[in-house]
Design a protein around this ligand. Structure first.
Ligand SMILES: [Zn+2]
Length: 233
């Protein structure tokens, strides 16, 4: 692997420093929220000015529609991506699907860029981190001005769960390694090697050079690719 002087991380760091606040410019049943247009307005130029382009194609995974959100660094070709399963109560209703897709696109961008929308006065919403699963007592309806659904059932909890998976880290199981492994790699590693290995030790295991007394746990349960809950990547 060659060292790059500029990569998507350095470009993103700069972009995030340059990025203005995301305003809650829409209003729904649960209060104000940031619309997709507003999010794009906040991020697009700053990302592009830092050599990063974003794309959000719809892809089908295990027969289900997902929004793939990609940040691509033009110079290095580096990219970061996330997958978001489109959840909608009525998958036959194009308008509802459209609202769910808009919601997913907005949420994916905010999440991938680590942005939290602010109220108009510039203060963060009462939940200072990421949106928390609401306990809806009212059926969410689309914002009449934008057609966006503020919080369709199930999406927030699904996404919080997804974020937990995405950002969760576990230590490499090789004694003394000390590296942590991101959730996506943990899933893969547990599937392939029956234990959590960092990238270095995955390579070592692949080439039969994993010199470590911890035996492979052949009884570990595979979760990667299992047909339980579809992994969002
Ligand atoms: Zn390791």
């Amino acid at each position: 692997m060659t060292e790059k002087t500029t990569n998507i991380n350095t470009a993103l760091l700069k972009a995030q420093k340059d990025m203005g606040p995301v305003r809650k410019d829409g209003k729904g049943n649960y209060g104000k929220y940031a619309t997709l247009d507003g999010v794009i307005e906040t991020i697009a130029d700053t990302l592009n000015n830092n050599g990063i382009l974003y794309m959000q194609p719809l892809v089908v995974i295990n027969g289900e529609q997902h929004i793939k959100t990609m940040l691509v660094h033009a110079d290095s070709g580096d990219q970061i991506e996330s997958f978001y399963r489109v959840v909608c109560k009525d998958m036959e209703d194009p308008q509802k699907i459209g609202g769910a897709i808009t919601y997913g696109r907005r949420y994916s961008l905010l999440s991938l860029l680590g942005l939290a929308p602010e109220d108009d006065d510039g203060t963060l919403a009462s939940s200072p981190q990421r949106p928390v699963a609401a306990t809806p007592s009212v059926k969410p309806t689309a914002d009449t001005s934008t057609g966006e659904v503020a919080d369709p059932d199930g999406i927030t909890s699904y996404y919080n769960n997804y974020e937990k998976k995405m950002y969760h880290q576990e230590p490499c199981s090789v004694a003394g390694c000390g590296k942590t492994v991101r959730a996506k790699a943990v899933s893969f590693s547990n599937y392939r090697f029956k234990r959590t290995l960092c990238m270095t030790h995955q390579d070592a295991a692949d080439s039969g050079q994993l010199d470590d007394e911890v035996p492979l746990q052949q009884t570990a349960t595979d979760t990667y690719g299992a047909d339980k809950e579809p992994l969002p990547w």
